[in-house]
Design a protein around this ligand. Structure first.
Ligand code: NAD
Length: 344
């Protein structure tokens, strides 16, 4: 464990097996120095246990960086359930996961992630209070996606302003993935007068985006569709070497986690003159929303105000990157590490 390439000073890594429900899960807490480690509970059919361990460690550290940059009194953690969410998931399994979370006495707080839903978190919430995003009095029923979309929208607006000194009016934005976040993002963009191009593998989600005013583009054309801004809102690792060679976008700003396919990508983007808004900085609206929910603070205006601060921090990172001559991804990491170090 201590020599694992993704270990990086994790505070706690623990696993649990529940034979009666088939639960096999890992919880990783990278840091709880700033507060409880709030992070998603992901369910995925990993090819092997090492892939699950690697994922939970990487994501957990990412949450430490995200909450630090978001200025939240939270640490960073994550959990993974190993198995196909469509075939293995059951209310009993989610409750078994809830009991696993409960044993950490609040050091880790679980939230929704890919493969889990608000309903699954509510099932966990029957046996532990340490779940976020299940508050029925919340404007979106606990779903943090509208807040994530708001943070990404404001970041796109700020990036266009910073780079080109103009508003989003008549600017073309290509959105990859029109799911929970993408759909809300498209709505904001259309309201701001932008032209939106969209692609999605899911026809229903695509049709909903088109109904909002977006124009459909092929899956393999979305990054070279003449849009100024490319907003990845589907899966991770969308920005790879082929993407960089082909894209005509000059700003990348989207909601997807872990957008950069490998460590060298950030610098390649910089050399090609593409301005990259670091994913974990601009998609923090969801964690801010979830944090407010854990505190019982459900005033949407207050939440939106806190989410709006993301755009200012993005500009701080762009300025820092320019001064140092490094990529915004590196500048964001440095800022997060500085915050984490000053807390220890
Ligand atoms: P979602 O599952 O609701 O939407 C993802 C959409 O992408 C779906 O419509 C799906 O059909 C589409 N898609 C999948 N593969 C695609 C492909 N190859 N090309 C085009 N479209 C594709 O997820 P979401 O909640 O909207 O989250 C989107 C991304 O943002 C994810 O990477 C997620 O991890 C990240 N994120 C979400 C939140 C949140 O609050 N929901 C917060 C932070 C980060």
């Amino acid at each position: 464990m201590f020599n694992h390439p993704s270990f990086n000073g994790h505070e706690l890594v623990t696993h649990h097996v529940d034979e009666s429900t088939g639960l096999r899960a890992i919880i990783a807490v990278h840091s709880s120095k700033r507060g409880p480690a709030l992070g998603g509970c992901r369910m995925f059919e990993y090819v092997d246990d090492d892939q699950a361990l690697n994922d939970v460690l990487r994501l957990s550290q990412g949450m430490s960086y995200k909450t630090a940059l978001a200025g939240l009194p939270l640490g960073g953690g994550k959990s993974v359930i190993v198995g196909n969410p469509h075939t293995l998931k059951s209310p009993d399994l989610m409750q078994a996961m809830g009991r696993f979370v409960d044993r950490l006495n609040g050091r880790y707080i679980a939230a929704e992630d890919s493969g889990t839903s608000v309903a699954d978190l509510a099932e966990m919430g029957r046996v532990t209070e340490h779940v976020a995003g299940v508050n029925h009095n919340h404007a979106a029923g606990g779903d943090p996606s509208p807040s994530t979309a708001l943070g990404v929208f404001l970041s796109i607006e700020a990036a266009v302003k910073w780079r080109y000194d103009k508003s989003l009016h008549n600017v073309t934005v290509a959105v990859q993935g029109a799911g929970n976040v993408g759909r809300h993002l498209i709505n904001h963009l259309i309201q701001a007068g932008a032209s939106v191009l969209v692609c999605d593998v899911n026809r229903d989600n695509l049709d909903k985006a088109i109904a909002l005013g977006a124009t459909e583009v092929g899956l393999d054309q979305i990054h070279r569709s003449g849009a100024l801004v490319f907003a990845p809102c589907a899966m991770g690792a969308a920005i790879n070497d082929q993407f960089i060679a082909e894209t005509d976008a000059t700003i990348i700003a989207g909601a997807a986690n872990n957008q950069l396919a490998h460590d060298g990508i950030a610098q390649k983007l910089m050399f090609k003159g593409i301005l990259y808004a670091p994913d974990y900085l601009i998609n923090a609206g969801g964690i801010i929303d979830a944090y407010y929910q854990t505190q019982g603070l459900l005033d949407q205006q207050q939440i939106n105000q806190s989410v709006s601060a993301i755009a200012g921090r993005l500009i701080q990172v762009f300025e820092s990157a320019r001064t140092q001559g490094c990529s915004p991804a590196m500048a964001a990491d440095q800022l997060a590490e500085h915050i984490l170090r000053s807390d220890s």
